[in-house]
Design a protein around this ligand. Structure first.
Ligand SMILES: [Fe+2]
Length: 172
């Protein structure tokens, strides 16, 4: 590659050196990018419900969903940077997120508070199982660092599920 050729420079692979190998980088990056798209979609849905929730528990739910959204958003950067540390390319646009996300959008005009909590609980549960799948990919390639981060993100998601479950439980 010619050093001063801008086109060649643009095409140069963004490959950070890693001893895990090209296949590991490819497989783990693909798994993490899917999780990342889901995190962004779930962040947006959690904020959507934070903004639109209504009713007698407004304050509690509004604040709870804001905490959850903050936690989900805080996870996105370490996930993307993990991909880059492995020499992979991560997400570049909202359009790419929408093509990869498995979390379904909810654009309904009105959602009851209990349906909001139930839907987010379900989405977080699916996120946990997808993070477990990504953990399996890391295990196959011996990527202990990504695996250990995923373990923390799973614990955080399980805490969100716990709160969503308890807050939405009917008690008589
Ligand atoms: Fe807010």
């Amino acid at each position: 590659m010619k050093k001063n050729d801008p086109k060649a420079r643009r095409m140069a692979p963004l490959q950070t050196p890693t001893d895990l190998g090209a296949q590991a980088s490819k497989d783990i990056s693909a798994a993490l990018n899917l999780v990342l798209a889901d995190l962004f979609a779930l962040y947006m849905k959690t904020k959507n419900f934070h903004w639109h929730v209504s009713g007698p528990h407004f304050r509690d739910y509004h604040l709870l969903l804001d905490e959850h959204a903050d936690q989900i958003y805080a996870t996105t950067d370490p996930v993307a940077e993990r991909v880059r540390k492995l020499g992979g390319a991560t997400l570049r646009s909202i359009g790419q997120i929408s093509r990869l996300q498995r979390v379904k959008d909810n654009d309904a005009d009105y959602v009851t508070p209990s349906d909001m909590l139930a839907e987010l609980r379900e989405d977080n549960q699916q996120l946990v199982s997808r993070m477990r799948e990504a953990h399996g990919v890391c295990d196959e390639h011996g990527d202990v660092a990504t695996a250990s981060l995923i373990e923390v993100w799973i614990d955080e998601a399980e805490r969100r599920i716990w709160f969503l479950y308890e807050a939405g439980r009917k008690t008589e």
